[in-house]
Ligand binder design. Structure first.
Ligand code: GLC
Length: 711
């Protein structure tokens, strides 16, 4: 985050401020209020709130009533700074998950770009806009690994793989915080939800995550470690029960790993009411016990529910907690506020909002992100990009004219009226030269089907409404929402080519749909510029270059499904008595890392050169298409053949997105060192083990040229 001098300075100023505070003021800093708190003004004036979240409710991003705005932020901040005894500014927070007014693709879609700069630039823009509305603390990036797409929050993270997610997590933090978070256009980031939340049993949100410590460390912790190394200022503890101890009471996680092993010096805020939820979890009999458990575990700030505010003084008086524990939490909070420059600049310039919101540059960046995120899954007879010769093209389906639905989950400040729908964008940007009439199908499917009879191509836009994605958006099936497959069947019965555009917040099971459609473009929830981005790709002004950050299953019953699985003693094969199901192939419908483009690429001459413990791996990649320039994501995978514990059949250890003109050849190289091959060994230590390794370089987790090396 900032240079060490300001960190040392911030720590010194925090200690100095702490010495002046009363117990009530200290406990006040540990309380985060929210906008419905009728007494937020009183709390701010009395120094009894350390933060306020711009949220009217716990509707998890579905509550669009509480638009943030600078005037309110400055007003409430002024009450704290000028009205309270010590004038300690508030941390003003909001869920800025994938954009503020300029809404970017959902993080899962951003991960599909395999270009972490998309997340960095997106969050730079989000910070520029959100700080103009008075917000200084983003409750993002979310970096929970997810391998069960029934879990609605798979939408908010960076997919199934720790290596890819770590690259995005670090970039996302840098985007929010910049190189100095004191800058008025930078904001504090918050790595969430520490840790293992995505392993929710059954994909049911808020359910327990009963995973081994080894799985936690090798799969779920790496993105958080990358965020801490990138200087993330804050972390949020998850709701869930990890190995029987809910995270808000889990000292091993919040103190043992986060503080003692990693040396994290920032603040930990609980998730919404997670401190109070220790009671229904059944580890606290009442709020007094919940307060003690959470503080002892390492929760510094209690989000909105007020357990700390109501019970910490009593807990101290009864000897359940110590003043040292309270002081340590308050010092962390104050240190973050000093680091953020809040004491020098507590207010925002209200005139800035009008200048920075949704500028053409911001829209262009969102459009670029959406284009780069799209994954072309199928393109029979090169139907795409749409070429001349079609008299009539119809765009139809349940999401063809959608606007705010393209935002996906968690877009508090996006506005539907900012969006041009997919159908409108395809119609508006149809190339004149093609002389093609684009009609927009009626929302009454029957009427649209009737109109499709005379079309040369149909573009059917299907997928998920944001209400069934994101927090509290877990689904029991990964099939398309009811009725949508039937629409595709009816359309294909007309005998015309069909392009299926999928708008989704998760990995859907599309076995039948992929068979029926001639081309399939997976566009995630693509954000405010999603309509134009999809049109750009369909018309060929842009080429698709997204690659899957999650495996797409054949059937719901396959999840959790992911490429870096263990080999088991009976590896999947056609033979019976091997791992898998009797009624579906053991492989995903499309593998992690998969994606087509309008060009084609060949891989040649894999070279593995070893210099002591440094291994250089290189491959030649050629664009073998005659006409199309294309982007390829060259991926490096490794397998540790024998370990003290079972090892995944493949692990991503490098990726590079390159652009090649037709006929162009580029050599892509990666270097591996032993520290790139570390894992939690049988003796529970982190490290690598000598032995033989296989290595692949290729277009996805299922294909590539194979080599080997021995360390
Ligand atoms: C929500 C989410 C968390 C969010 C917080 C504040 O319930 O779990 O991700 O940042 O509460 O809205």
């Amino acid at each position: 985050m900032t240079n060490t001098v300001s960190e040392q300075e911030a720590a010194g100023r925090a200690r100095q401020m702490l010495g002046q505070m009363t117990l009530q003021e200290k406990i006040g800093q540990m309380h985060q209020s929210f906008m419905l708190d009728e007494d937020i003004q009183t709390l701010a004036k009395n120094g009894e709130a350390g933060s306020m979240i711009f949220a009217m409710s716990a509707l998890a991003g579905r509550d669009r009533t509480d638009a943030a705005r600078a005037e309110y932020a400055n007003h409430i901040q002024q009450v704290a700074v000028e009205g309270s005894r010590l004038g300690i500014p508030l941390l003003l927070a909001r869920d800025v998950i994938h954009g503020h007014r300029t809404v970017f693709p959902i993080p899962l879609g951003q991960a599909a770009t395999w270009d972490p700069t998309v997340a960095q630039i997106g969050n730079e823009i989000a910070a520029r806009e959100a700080t103009a509305d008075g917000i200084k603390w983003a409750f993002a990036p979310m970096m929970d690994i997810a391998r069960d797409a029934r879990w609605g929050r798979i939408a908010e993270g960076y997919g199934e793989d720790p290596f890819l997610a770590s690259a995005f997590a670090a970039a996302a933090v840098r985007g929010f915080q910049g190189d100095d978070v004191r800058h008025p256009e930078h904001m504090l980031a918050c790595a969430k939800h520490f840790a293992g939340y995505g392993a929710a049993e059954g994909g049911r949100d808020y359910d327990r995550a009963d995973i081994s410590e080894r799985t936690l460390r090798d799969v779920y912790l790496p993105p958080f470690h990358a965020a801490v190394q990138a200087g993330v200022a804050t972390l949020m503890s998850g709701f869930h029960d990890y190995q029987g101890i809910p995270v808000a009471a889990n000292r091993h996680l919040l103190t043992g790993i986060l503080r003692e092993e990693w040396g994290f010096a920032g603040l930990v805020v609980s998730d919404w009411a997670a401190v109070k939820e220790l009671i229904p979890h059944g580890v606290a009999a009442n709020e007094l016990e919940a307060a003690r458990l959470a503080l002892h575990a390492g929760v510094d700030m209690d989000m909105v529910v007020g357990v700390y505010r109501r019970k910490l003084a009593e807990a101290l008086q009864k000897g359940n907690v110590s003043i040292e524990e309270i002081d340590r939490a308050v010092e962390r909070i104050l240190r973050v506020k000093f680091l953020a420059g809040l004491f020098e600049n507590p207010y925002t310039d209200p005139d800035r909002a009008a200048q920075v919101m949704l500028t053409p540059e911001h829209r262009a960046a969102a459009r670029h992100a959406a284009v780069e995120s799209m994954v072309l899954l199928k393109n029979e007879r090169n139907l795409l990009p749409l070429r001349g010769g079609y008299r009539k093209i119809i765009v139809m389906g349940p999401l063809a004219t959608a606007q705010s639905e393209l935002f996906g989950s968690w877009t508090l400040d996006g506005r539907g009226e900012d969006v041009t729908s997919i159908a409108e964008a395809v119609q508006q940007t149809a190339p004149e030269s093609m002389n093609t009439r684009v009609v927009i199908g009626s929302e009454r499917f029957d009427a649209a089907l009737f109109a499709a009879r005379s079309a040369d191509v149909a573009i059917l836009v299907v997928g998920e409404h944001p209400q069934r994605s994101g927090e509290a958006g877990s689904t029991s099936t990964l099939e398309l929402p009811a009725g949508q497959r039937q629409m595709l069947e009816a359309l294909t019965d007309l005998g015309i080519p069909v392009v299926l555009v999928v708008i989704a917040g998760r990995a859907l099971a599309l076995s039948r749909e992929v068979k029926l459609a001639d081309a399939v473009l997976y566009a995630w929830h693509p954000g405010v510029e999603g309509g134009f981005a999809i049109a750009d790709v369909l018309w060929g002004r842009e080429a698709p270059s997204g690659r899957l950050p999650v495996s797409l299953p054949r059937a719901t019953g396959q999840v959790p499904i992911y490429y870096s699985h263990k080999n088991t003693g009976r590896p999947a094969s056609e033979a019976s008595f091997s791992v898998g199901y009797v009624d579906v192939a053991p492989t995903p419908l499309f593998p992690f890392g998969y994606g087509l483009s309008y060009a084609a690429f060949a891989y040649r001459n894999l070279r593995v050169e070893q210099h002591k413990q440094r291994v250089e791996i290189g491959v030649e990649v050629e664009n073998i298409s005659e006409l199309s320039e294309g982007k390829e994501v060259v991926q490096l995978y490794v397998r540790d053949l024998v370990g003290s514990v079972t090892r995944p059949v493949k692990e991503l250890k490098g990726f590079q997105k390159i652009t090649l003109r037709p006929g162009q050849v580029q050599t892509v190289r990666f270097t591996l060192q032993p520290e790139d091959l570390c894992f939690t060994r049988a003796d529970d230590t982190w490290g690598w083990e000598p032995g033989k390794f296989h290595v692949w370089m290729g277009p996805d987790s299922d294909h590539g040229l194979q080599g080997e090396f021995t360390l």
